[in-house]
Ligand binder design. Structure first.
Ligand code: PLP
Length: 394
């Protein structure tokens, strides 16, 4: 090791290789691990014919999820986007409302707002958490809203602000106490986009238990997977009941009659996917432990390079380290694409952060605050391989 090693594509690749060790190439960003009862439970579905919209694994998955995430009720759904959509509906977001979301997120957050007929209102992020900046949001709302009997109205557009939806970026929790206090000061419900954060905790409280409702995702690239899937979490039994009803075609209980009492959705998670989910949840502690070891190894190895920082968990949080990443110093931001190019060519998959919502054609003209932190962060973040299998034993 030479002293003062400034980051470049070659030593970045060396650092990745040192941590990952010899593996099959290419190394992807995040792969699922099936090490427990997955095959057994899925086979049970096929053997019994219970593969579709109801079954014992759906009930079991919802029960175990609620327990692990510390909430009263979990409703399993077809994906994380659908979970976010229903979250917004159950907290009362109506067509024409605005919903506050960070500009720095995956597009599904904004799409869910659009599916509810609402308009994303984009806000800036905080360097410490990579999530919504509560202090900046507080000052901004003071400037732009009128609070009255009809709710919190954006004076610039005349539209009601129906929800605030913080997102736990890469699994690192947002400062939820600060977000919640802003939200309650303005009387706006909080929907937690915890799609990346199953298994993370904020001040000892599980991600997904920190808002009125929360959404999880079990897509193939997330910490645990059901193939595709998601869940809505809540401590409010009435919101849970409405969510279950709306995601299962709003059918009223009857032995044989098809009666429905609302325009609703078929957002059910099939039993065969829930079977996979039950097995994955059994392995969650092991997956989290391995991901934590991987993050620690990266933190140590990347600390030998100058010109970047490994993205660590915020002080108040225990992260699931869903997706590891580094952030280049501003002087090295112009090297980002060279590093991305070289690592991918070497069979080590890396990715830039998402293009933020205010740079996408369909969301460019949404109401938004000044977004300089997001632009600064996006120019410098590189995500690196994060699969649990990259650590043999925790
Ligand atoms: C994964 C993800 C979603 C959506 O999940 P799907 O299951 O893919 O629909 C939503 N928001 C964020 C921030 C995500 O990372």
């Amino acid at each position: 090791m030479t002293t003062s090693m400034m980051v470049n594509p070659a030593n970045f690749i060396d650092a990745l290789r040192d941590v990952i060790g010899p593996t099959d190439s290419p190394v992807s960003l995040h792969e699922p691990t099936f090490a427990g009862n997955e095959w057994n439970y899925v086979k049970q579905c096929i053997d019994t014919g219970w593969v579709s919209s109801v079954g014992k694994f759906v009930d079991e998955f919802e029960r175990r999820l609620a327990e692990i995430c510390g909430v009263e009720r979990a409703v399993a759904v077809v994906n994380g986007t659908a979970a976010l959509h229903i979250c917004l509906l159950v907290v009362g977001v109506r067509p024409g409302d605005e919903v506050i979301i960070p500009a720095l997120t995956f597009v599904a957050t904004a799409n869910a707002v659009s599916h509810a007929g609402a308009i994303p209102h984009l806000v800036d992020s905080d360097h410490a958490t990579l999530g919504l900046d509560p202090a900046k949001l507080d000052r901004y709302l003071d400037e732009i809203v009128d609070s009255g009997r009809s709710g919190c109205i954006n004076r610039l557009t005349g539209r009601r602000i129906g929800a605030i939806m913080p997102m736990h970026t890469f699994g690192h929790p947002v400062d939820m106490d600060a977000v919640s206090s802003v939200a309650s000061r303005f009387g706006i419900p909080v929907v937690e986009d915890a799609t990346e954060a199953v298994g993370s905790a904020y001040k000892g409280r599980p991600a997904g238990s920190l808002g009125s409702v929360a959404a999880l995702s079990f897509n193939g690239n997330k910490t645990i997977t059901t193939g595709g899937g998601g869940a809505l979490l809540t401590n409010d039994p009435e919101l849970g009941r409405i969510a279950k009803h709306l995601t299962t075609t709003a059918k009223t209980p009857h032995a044989w009659d098809f009666h429905h009492d609302a325009v609703a959705y078929n957002y059910r998670l099939p039993n065969i996917n829930a079977a996979l989910g039950c097995a994955q949840l059994e392995n969650l502690p092991d997956l989290l432990a391995r991901k934590r070891v991987l993050a620690e190894r990266y933190a140590v190895r990347f600390s030998e390079l100058h010109g970047l920082n490994f993205i660590a968990e915020p002080a108040f949080a225990r992260s699931n380290f869903w997706l590891n990443g580094i952030i280049l110093d501003r002087d090295y931001a112009s090297d980002r694409n060279k590093i991305l190019e070289a690592t991918n060519n070497a069979g080590l998959m890396t990715r830039p952060c998402w293009i933020p919502m205010h740079r996408l054609p369909m969301y460019r003209d949404c109401p938004q605050m000044e977004l300089s932190q997001v632009d600064d962060l996006v120019a410098r973040i590189i995500n690196i391989p994060s699969s649990p299998k990259l650590v043999a034993h925790a």
